[in-house]
Design a protein around this ligand. Structure first.
Ligand code: TXA
Ligand code: MG
Length: 315
């Protein structure tokens, strides 16, 4: 049975240690409970997608104790700095450009050159993040398609078999996800309405803010964004072998002659952890395209195939 731990010195230390060891834990925030993993650990981040059972890779929110900790991974323009200083800690997530050489997993960003950062206000989340000392990737701690959890019991019902422990901080005071604002470009855009009202953001900026999807001048909904970051080479999924000039991204033990292999042992979680880094690595002018071996369409394989299909369709 999953361990539901009341907040204490010991349970915080245990959860922090589990995170650093690459395990998944659930923890309270003021919005909803998060399913957390070390955001610098590809394998741990892949486990989040496996646990949630999502058929596609959505970029995840990275949680940090304060703005200073976020500065190590992303850059803040003036507008981003203003919003961070005004609303952090709180129910605001900012999408920001990754720094060159950023140590966050590429899977956290689903291959994008931005990362979503949040500094939660919840006292227990703050304690955990400071104890962990690593950035924590955390979507809401529910299986794909289910309601977001606002109590430890909700998490236990939905994901009890997938987490090392659940920190029980009682019911979430807001009970609604954070508001996501893309401040990576010249003009801000709200990508998801949430716990921090649009009006508060507009008041802070002294100007109206576009809502992605609501008008065509802000085509930055996450699903669309993902497809913009296909490799520059054509991608050919489900390829039995490489054609002359192509790189071959293999999968499984039989992949002799593969330029790179997503997982020698045929492990889908390992393949997901490697996917974006390997696509980047093969996206070089010496190749004419990237052929990708067939990936079993089950578990994380569905999300991998979804991403490969999008990359192929971009051409
Ligand atoms: O309240 C919350 O935000 C909760 C708690 C646990 O903090 N977390 C949460 O995370 O809802 P998640 O991963 O379920 O939501 C991520 C949202 C999605 O809408 C995703 O598409 C968007 O943020 N997002 C993340 N990274 C992005 C990026 N680089 N560009 C655009 N959108 C991004
Ligand atoms: Mg969610």
């Amino acid at each position: 049975m999953v361990k539901i731990s009341p907040i204490s010195e010991e349970s915080i230390a245990e959860a922090a240690e589990a995170l650093r060891a690459g395990a998944l834990i659930a923890f309270p925030t003021e919005t909803v409970y998060g399913l957390g993993a070390d955001a610098t650990n590809d394998r741990a981040v892949a486990e989040i997608f496996a646990a949630k059972g999502r058929p596609s890779f959505n970029p995840l929110i990275v949680h940090l104790p304060d703005r200073g900790a976020a500065e190590a991974f992303v850059t803040f323009n003036e507008m981003a700095g203003l919003l961070a200083d005004r609303f952090w800690p709180g129910a605001l997530t900012l999408v920001l450009p990754r720094r060159p050489g950023c140590r966050l997993s590429l899977l956290v960003s689903a291959g994008l050159d931005t990362a979503a950062m949040r500094v939660p206000a919840h006292a227990d989340a703050q304690r955990l993040l400071r104890a962990a000392g690593v950035p924590v990737a955390a979507p809401s701690a529910n299986r794909s398609g289910r309601l977001s959890p606002t109590t430890a019991q909700h998490v236990a019902r939905d994901l009890g078999d997938r987490v090392a422990l659940i920190l029980d901080g009682g019911p979430c005071p807001i009970g609604l996800e954070s508001t996501v604002v893309d401040v990576s470009g010249a003009a801000p855009a709200i990508l998801r309405q949430g716990g921090l009202p649009q009006e508060a953001i507009e008041a802070a900026l002294g100007a109206p803010v576009a809502v992605a999807g609501a008008d065509d001048h802000a085509p930055r909904s996450p699903g669309m964004l993902t497809s913009h970051y296909a490799p520059s080479l054509p991608v050919r999924p489900d390829a039995a072998q490489a054609m002359p000039g192509e790189a071959l991204l293999g999968f499984g033990p039989g992949a002799a002659g593969a330029t790179l292999n997503l997982s020698e042992s045929g492990d889908l979680t390992e393949a997901a952890a490697n996917l974006f880094a390997f696509l980047h690595a093969l996206d070089r002018p010496e190749f004419t395209g990237i052929a990708v071996a067939p990936i079993p369409n089950q578990g994380l394989g569905r999300a991998i195939n979804d991403r490969l299909r999008r990359a192929a369709a971009e051409r």
